[in-house]
Design a protein. Structure first.
Length: 575
């Protein structure tokens, strides 16, 4: 038994020189087990001697050299061992342990950091700018282009999942590198995880294609508001550049916040635990006595550090919401300048109207935006705390068992989510009204709510189209990031040697998520432009007794044509 594990330990990652030869210390050459080991090495193929990855293909060494090690082990006085099969089984069990799989996933993300930077940061940044330019010049064709690209991309990503899962071709992933016995196969958990995601992607692809085909006709009905928003972006080119500023500011803030967080969490004191017999506690979740904190050392935070950590986490919510609110208000101010300029002189809207809007925002509206973002952050913090309490209650099995208790428990969570969504929606519209009227936050919230209720059909009609088109655009950019991540991870660099990744699942999902986040930041310009145009139109109608004086003719076709409304709702009527 010992001989086999000595062989495994030494051959798993031997020290090599620049030529790839194994280096064995001089003082170990005389040992009997090393003589047997050298004999084993001679009998093996030279490719097995190269430790290409941390998961070196070592079970072949066990199966091929078992009897040679057995003979040398007996020469050293060891007893006969008949546990070869158990040894072979223990290797796959060790490979597929949950901790081993998790470590490999984390290592995959670390090894693929160039892919994350390119496909998760730079590529979606570039594609988002391209999409904004396309919506400016080809707005009539963009619904067709977006739907077609979405279907092509989601099919391509799904096919790549099938390839890596081994259901198409012979390129299935494996956590083991190097040649091994073809009659002895070890399958890692990564393959099962990837196949589960492949099945899920197949379902998502089917539903998405059917849904996109069903809604494409309704999308084509109402592109007038998109055309107006694209015209605004064409007049005020700085709107395309402005998201980069917000993107950079948030990235810098998160870097400083993370460094401060690490310092705060490492500011506690290391204290020796009480070693008396009374230090054991009863764990309700595990239903057993827990003495892990007896003796040894533990990390303790003083009260003021705990308060500082809580304030720091709350500051993350507040600062994030504040930066988003500032960006939204500045964009709304620039779009407002375009809308409320008479049509005959709209070409005189300055190119730097974004910076003029920024100047007005800093001078008149900074406090209102800070108040609105504080309210949203406060509600989000309360919901996060309650969710944490609910998770702890579930772990300790103290969730109410009765029907009414469970109903109240889940209803409270749903109620908080609804409150948060409502406050975010009201705040977003309040920021627009602040940019339009210059009122305080509370007054702007009241005016925005009244306008929404008085024009619910107009706003609802446009928001449906806006959400569909922009959501498909975001998915196109994020799917492109995932597809390019597959291409980069399929290179030889990530298929062999020390940079080999066990599964592309986590790097691809990370690039997908990062691409969607970056696209969301840029598409917020279009979303805010459309919402500003709609609320400006409603305010214009309210001020002029139902007859909007400043609305572009293209916008009037969408918001005042009842036959188009009937088409959208499917109720018939004249075309």
């Amino acid at each position: 038994m010992l001989g086999v594990f000595v062989c495994w330990t030494v051959l798993r990652c031997p020290k090599m020189d620049s030529t790839g030869s194994v280096i064995i210390p001089r003082e170990k050459l005389a040992s009997p087990w090393m003589i047997g080991l050298i004999e084993i090495m001679i009998t093996l193929n030279s490719s097995h001697l190269r430790c290409k990855t941390p998961l070196f293909n070592f079970w072949d060494l066990v199966t091929l050299s078992y009897f040679l090690v057995q003979r040398h082990w007996q020469q050293m006085g060891g007893v006969n061992i008949n546990e070869g099969i158990l040894i072979e089984k223990s290797i796959p069990q060790s490979i597929n342990a949950q901790t081993s799989v998790l470590k490999r996933y984390v290592a995959d993300v670390g090894k693929s950091w160039p892919v994350l930077i390119v496909c998760g940061g730079l590529l979606p940044l570039f594609l988002s700018i391209i999409w904004l330019l396309l919506i400016r010049h080809f707005v009539a064709a963009m619904p067709w282009i977006t739907v077609a690209l979405f279907n092509i991309l989601i099919i391509s990503v799904t096919i790549f999942y099938y390839l890596k899962a081994g259901w198409i071709g012979h390129d299935a992933i494996s956590p083991i590198i190097g040649e091994h016995d073809p009659y002895y196969h070890v399958s890692g958990r990564e393959l099962h995880h990837l196949r589960a995601v492949t099945v899920l992607m197949t379902f998502i692809m089917t539903v998405s294609i059917l849904a996109s085909v069903a809604i494409v006709r309704r999308i084509l009905m109402e592109t007038s508001v998109l055309k107006v928003a694209a015209k605004v972006i064409g007049e005020v080119y700085a709107l395309i550049i402005f998201p980069i500023v917000s993107y950079t500011i948030l990235a810098i803030f998160y870097m400083f916040w993370l460094s401060a967080t690490l310092n705060l969490f490492s500011s506690g004191r290391v204290l020796q635990n009480n070693c008396s017999s009374n230090c054991c506690t009863y764990d309700l979740a595990l239903k057993k006595v827990n003495c892990d904190r007896c003796c040894g050392y533990s990390f303790h935070y003083s009260p003021h550090i705990g308060v500082a950590i809580f304030f720091h986490l709350f500051g993350l919510y507040w600062a994030t919401q504040f930066f988003i609110a500032c960006s939204s208000t500045v964009v709304a101010g620039a779009v407002t300048s375009y809308y409320w300029t008479p049509n005959e002189i709209s070409t005189e809207v300055p190119f730097l109207s974004v910076f003029a809007s920024l100047k007005r925002f800093i001078r008149y509206s900074l406090g209102s935006i800070a108040l609105g973002s504080l309210i949203v952050s406060f509600v989000e913090s309360i919901r996060s705390i309650l969710e944490s309490v609910c998770r702890k209650l579930k772990v300790s099995s103290t969730v109410p068992d009765g029907f009414f208790g469970k109903m109240i428990f889940h209803s409270s969570q749903f109620f908080l989510i609804c409150i948060e969504w409502t406050i975010k929606s009201v705040n977003r519209n309040a920021y627009i009204m602040i940019a339009i009227t210059g009122r305080s936050f509370c007054q702007a919230s009241v005016v925005a709510t009244e306008l929404i209720f008085n024009n619910i059909l107009r706003i609802g009609k446009v928001n449906v189209i806006r959400d569909i088109v922009l959501s498909l655009g975001k998915l196109c950019i994020s799917l492109s990031s995932a597809l390019f991540a597959f291409f980069m991870l399929d290179a030889h660099k990530y298929r062999s040697s020390h940079n080999k990744i066990s599964s592309p699942l986590f790097p691809v999902l990370a690039c997908w998520a990062l691409g969607y986040v970056v696209a969301t930041l840029f598409f917020a310009v279009i979303e805010m432009s459309i919402e500003t145009i709609i609320l400006s139109f409603c305010q214009d109608s309210e001020e002029h007794e139902g007859d909007a004086q400043y609305a572009p003719p293209l916008l009037m076709e969408t918001l005042d044509d009842q036959s188009e409304m009937q088409k959208l709702t499917g109720s018939g009527g004249p075309s």
